[in-house]
Design a protein around this ligand. Sequence first.
Ligand SMILES: CC(C)(COP(=O)(O)OP(=O)(O)OC[C@H]1O[C@@H](n2cnc3c(N)ncnc32)[C@H](O)[C@@H]1OP(=O)(O)O)[C@@H](O)C(=O)NCCC(=O)NCCS
Length: 180
Amino acid sequence: MDYDTSILTIDTNTDQSNILFREPKDTDGSAVFELINRCKPLDVNSMYCNLLQCSHFAQTSIAAERSGEIIGFISGYRLPQQPDTLFVWQVAVDASARGMGLASRMLTTLLQRLGGDIRHLHTSITASNEASWNTFRRLAETLNAPLNSSMMFDRERHFGGAHDSESLVHIGPFNITSQE
Ligand SMILES: CC(C)(COP(=O)(O)OP(=O)(O)OC[C@H]1O[C@@H](n2cnc3c(N)ncnc32)[C@H](O)[C@@H]1OP(=O)(O)O)[C@@H](O)C(=O)NCCC(=O)NCCS
């Protein structure tokens, strides 16, 4: 299949659900910790880790806020050796806001904010997380970009049998512009 990697502009300006999409700030760390805690099957990290995501990695992360409450969060960072690649660490949407396109909207809004120097996205997904696979398949379709997967962290070799294997999902290349 051929993919058109010409510059793509995604409309992320119109929001009819009163949800604010913004960079996280350090005072969001504890709310993010609570959100992740109620979004099974995500791994819960330390609150300190969430604080770093909301401060050092704020530029490559996004929070969705409704009536002053964080209902969605994506943590991400640029791969240190490949700064044109955004690694999406976790995606979380509160149960009250699922099935309305919020995860998709956060992903495209984040990519739009980062602009044209991001050409690839990596994430990792366990085989059984169908909602996650569908979220990233949808993103690949929106970006009109190929999606490929391979083993990233193996249950036995990397997790010592304590965690399901995580597949590396690679979407890209794509070409996205900020919308004025
Ligand atoms: C996975 C998760 C982030 C999806 O959030 P969401 O806002 O409901 O997702 P969206 O509405 O944007 O849906 C994105 C795509 O995934 C599909 N999808 C969403 N939830 C699904 C589910 N439970 N089962 C199957 N497909 C699902 C949607 O149909 C959509 O695909 P489509 O556009 O082709 O129809 C949310 O369910 C969640 O927080 N789950 C717990 C944490 C988790 O597993 N995170 C994994 C990282 S993605």
